[in-house]
Design a protein around this ligand. Structure first.
Ligand code: SF4
Length: 255
């Protein structure tokens, strides 16, 4: 399935990833970062500093902000990632750069190999394009089940969700109970704007996915992500062939 959009994009690159760093924006980012640090530290104080709090890092711009905040603060928050087996090459490049930049080794969870084999043999290698049900089953095997394993025994998990990312995230609180996973879910960036995210990345020279400069604001698996046109919603490039009100992978179901 083609992921191309016909609308024009500026030739000079994606302006969203390089906002003008005005004094006003710097001040706003400082305040946002201070509030996020406070929320992260209070999560450790409330839920424990011995592996009880985890951060699911999918290497999007927001998650790179949280990676920088958590690792620079030295907070005892476990950082883990899910490798679905269908990620873009640029995401693996970033993962390798993150290991070098922060002198760390990533903790990566993979899908159950037998479940992937059965799905592909029965439904086809790219079955997710054929129906919402088949797409959700693929996400269930490659993302949701590994996430459940990663979160087993945790009391709270940190996400990089922002309220303005999509219609499915409107009204997102900074803290909420995640009944599907049975633990508290903290969204320290819930109120951040896209330009605040990018200002933080530029000011702190945080590594980021090269696809963001090619008009991919939200990056998931390669076959389910396309670039967007200027003016489109930042989540428009995810499962673009589906109804926008249904576009979540099961990791972040509103309940
Ligand atoms: S995003 Fe696409 S490839 Fe990735 S797990 Fe979901 S359906 Fe499968």
């Amino acid at each position: 399935m083609s992921g191309n959009v016909s609308m024009l994009r500026p030739k000079g690159g994606n302006p969203a990833t390089s906002p003008e760093l005005t004094d006003e924006l710097r001040t706003a980012v400082d305040a946002r970062a201070a509030a996020a640090r406070e929320l992260l530290a209070s999560a450790v104080a409330e839920f424990g500093g011995d592996g009880e709090v985890a951060f699911a890092n999918s290497f999007g711009a927001e998650d790179m902000v949280l990676t920088e905040l958590i690792l620079r603060l030295g907070l005892p928050i476990e950082i883990f990632s899910l490798d679905t087996g269908r990620l873009p090459a640029e995401t693996y490049d970033l993962m390798a750069r993150v290991e070098k930049h922060y002198d760390t080794r990533l903790k990566v969870y993979f899908p159950d190999a037998a479940a992937v084999e059965t799905y592909v043999r029965n439904e086809g290698i790219n079955a997710f394009y054929e129906s919402v049900d088949l797409r959700k089953r693929c996400c269930q095997i490659r993302k949701v089940e590994p996430l459940r394993r990663a979160l087993a025994g945790k009391k709270a998990w940190i996400t990089g969700l922002r309220a303005s990312q999509s219609t499915t995230r409107t009204g997102l609180p900074s803290s909420e109970y995640d009944k599907d996973n049975g633990l508290q879910k903290l969204n320290p960036l819930a109120e951040w704007s896209e330009s605040e995210i990018w200002a933080f990345i530029r000011i702190n020279e945080v590594p980021y996915n090269a696809l963001h400069d090619q008009f991919y604001p939200s990056i998931g698996c390669a076959p389910c992500t396309r670039a967007i046109a200027v003016g489109e919603n930042v989540r428009a490039g995810r499962w673009w062939w589906e109804d926008p009100t249904l576009k979540e992978c099961g990791l972040h179901v509103k309940g």
